[in-house]
Design a binder for this molecule. Sequence first.
Ligand code: CA
Length: 634
Amino acid sequence: MIHYSLEDIDSSYACDEELGVSLYSDRTVFRVWAPLAEAVEVNLYESGDEGCPLFVKPMTKVGRGVWQLELDGNADGIFYTYTYSYNGERTEGVDPYARAAGINGKRGCVLELSRLNPRGWEESDFVSLSRPTDAVIAETHVRDFSKHPSSGIDSADRGLFRAFTVTGSLTPGGLPSCLGHIRRMGYTHVHLLPIADYGRLDETCPEASYNWGYDPENYNLPEGSYSSDPYDPRTRILELKELVMSLHKSGIGVIMDVVYNHTFKLDGSALSKAFPGYYYRYKDGKPSNGSGCGNEIASERAMVRKYIVDSLCFWAREYKIDGFRFDLMAVLDIDTMNEVSRRLREINPGVLLYGEGWTGGAIALDGKSSASKANAGRLDGIAFFNDGYRDALKGETFVDAAVGYVSGNHILRDRIVDGLLGREKWADSPSRIVNYCEAHDNLTLWDKLAVSAVSCHERDRKKMARLAMALVLLAQGIPLLQLGQEFLRSKPLEDGGFEHNSYASPDSVNSLKWDMLDENSEDAQYIAGLIGYRKRHRLLRLGSSEEVQTRSYVADPSAEGTIMLRLFDDSEELLVLVNPISRAKIFMLPDGEWEVNITDCCVSESPLAICCEGMFVPPISVMVLKRYRWKRSG
Ligand code: CA
């Protein structure tokens, strides 16, 4: 450990230099920030993991803590590392700014990334939305997406980035799977669990283990196990760009799950080697563990902030990533997140940004500075996961037996009304709220219902699942579903239980079972109908709290927890009727004729029935009725 004052470091050495490798036709320039290093050398290698360096070249200090080496010639394809000297000890590490690497990210690689664009890349552009609430997000994991044989993807492409470029794959029952399914559902964005290089999976034999990827190794290059050749640094870059291009071609945006709150390891990380101690927070001389993963990143320091901002801008520019989901965002500080938001909007004004408004433990940062849900009002254009609504819908996440509104806890009615209207005390607008009732963490919705609504018939649990998803898709905010929840995804264990935390579980637990889509195709079709309906009705996607307030009316509560919500604008009026109880319930309707658009099993823009005065709503279901306002005045 070297001793220094952090304040002095930032005031003496913080800089805005371009770091990493710059390639020119006649020269290659390496730059790394290591202000207190006694010496830094560049090691050049032929291979990503074997052999001794071809050359070792000393770098020179060029001011404000930056070391530089300028080599004659274009070194495209050469692998490299840096050797830093601290207190006379030499340590070799990967460039924190490495944008390409060989197997397992052991050595960086000098590559001209602009040469690694798939054909047609120039035409590939960000997906633009009028407002964040127009998005309907599907969360998935690259490997889960296609790993199961029922995905209909060729075995050579299963589990890889490439599976996202396959059109026309089918389930055993002949339904569109993978990309075809995403398109058919109407999702606007695919949110991918971490795709940057992570550490806990050996890329030389990916089949031997599995991981979600929340264990960052190299922040600025794709994970190798998703590439068809993890040894060739070009392949993963090209194949990820092909994934992005394929989704963009379908009008679907790509959201990257990013993990800037901690690194896989502290000792031995590329950041620690470049500047021991600087990138992490400490408490009483020990690494603080606000991530719950052994360390936490000190985002508030000038050059850590620059590192995070540079990294995100790189992904947005080079890979045309449409949005970012921040893991344990409350570990990071508000100023960094606002800088991230400002800089990313310069690249793409419509970038979607959201995060987890909590930490994984106590952080060594003043609570007032944390990018937490409690401080949401001080974050610019960044949304938060609405865990309160999630728990109200299906029951407390961390108590298996707890039931929610859809599974019998009707006293939560007012909480659900707040959720439907995007009325959260921490959010000043629906654009700040990500609504969901299932994500990769914890039990799937279907499994949660299995362990909490134990005595209920499967038929009723299906109604509960549909109702929970409907209440996400009809709520003001940004809806997010875990891919597969629309066909009742499950993560069963051999002992008859269900997996709560499948971060390192085998493919048998994690992979999307596309044959379940055949079994539950009516559920998926119903959810697709709701997504389509949401997209056609602006009243379900209002952009501000003021608008929600002036365009909505909630009827008085009932003893049984039912909800009658009216939404109206100049042209139409929607009536949302929610019946959470296990028998049909009559709702008295406001005057006039209403068209039935959504029932417990159908969604249709043309009237399924016309009704007035009263409407029977089936058990555990939602109905949506519509009338045109001009009919009333005309
Ligand atoms: Ca890796």
